[in-house]
Design a protein around this ligand. Sequence first.
Ligand SMILES: *Cc1c(COP(=O)(O)O)cnc(C)c1O
Length: 342
Amino acid sequence: MIDIENLVRKNIRELVPYSSARDEYSGEAILMDANESPYNQPFNRYPDPRQKELKEKIAEMLQVPSGRIFLGNGSDEAIDLLIRVFCIPGSDRIIIMDPSYGMYKVCADINDAVVDFVELNPDFTLNAERILGNVISSTKMIFLCSPNNPTSNLLETDEIVKVLEGFRGMVILDEAYIDFTGSDGLISILDQYTNLVILRTLSKAWGSAGIRLGMALADPRVTAWLNRVKYPYNVNLLTQEKAMDLLGNDKQKQEWVEMILAERRRLAAKLEGQDIIKKIFPSDANFLLVRVDDPDAVYEYLAQGGVIVRNRSRMTHCRGCLRITIGTEAENNRLIELMETF
Ligand SMILES: *Cc1c(COP(=O)(O)O)cnc(C)c1O
């Protein structure tokens, strides 16, 4: 077992966290402890800093104990806090697979952690050996993303496990798109690996990017460290309430996912036949990565026609690639029509 306590930055280990009024007392009473207004119920009160009710709901849904759940202002907050808790600015290093989601590098840069990019195989599969071959003594953290953005493929569990087994630091596994796969992700192995952190979000399958709710699932000691460092009221009342409503309706999410998957199949089939499309990569997510000959021109043409896609053609192994998020049937039809007339 890895001594995760020892991986935490010394100043964070010694930190005396802010203790808020709602931390000290949260029961039914006349509350004269937090300088809140007595008017404008219920928004006059600070929200639950520990999001107890919401965590219980998520715990039940994911079959994970509440103590293993950290909730943040999007998973982006969790990414930033993880780096702040574990990585000493100016000296500790982070391995990020290349290509992958851009926020890991931005958060690393903000926190002055040194980034080592390690390439995926040209077919976008994970090469655990290459990842581990780049670990040095100051490497504290490895970011993996499955399904990966922008390549849209689920990573092989065996390779992820090899990374977990072979690394003495923290492994952050971003499962933002897991609901679009047939897989349950790796929550089931959380209790075997104290250095594993799984990120989930309400921004994709749950259709709620606007409310900003993300989560980190991890060893209770890790979630405790994250809780000590976060802003006391990082998940606002509106978000907590809206998330309670949403998460009560798993059927709705499942319907949305089915519709997106059906549209993904239809869109891929329609694009497959077009001259302009050189390749469509197999997708486990709510987007398609497609290769064209002149991505800049196609991007521009689509934008002129009112459809904005993401130009990923300058990323490693992504020559000629555009990333297309699956829209509604009508939105996808407009894209198909534009592609046909390019
Ligand atoms: C969209 C996305 C997220 C979501 O971030 P939030 O801050 O929760 O909205 C996380 N990771 C990846 C790889 C993503 O593509």
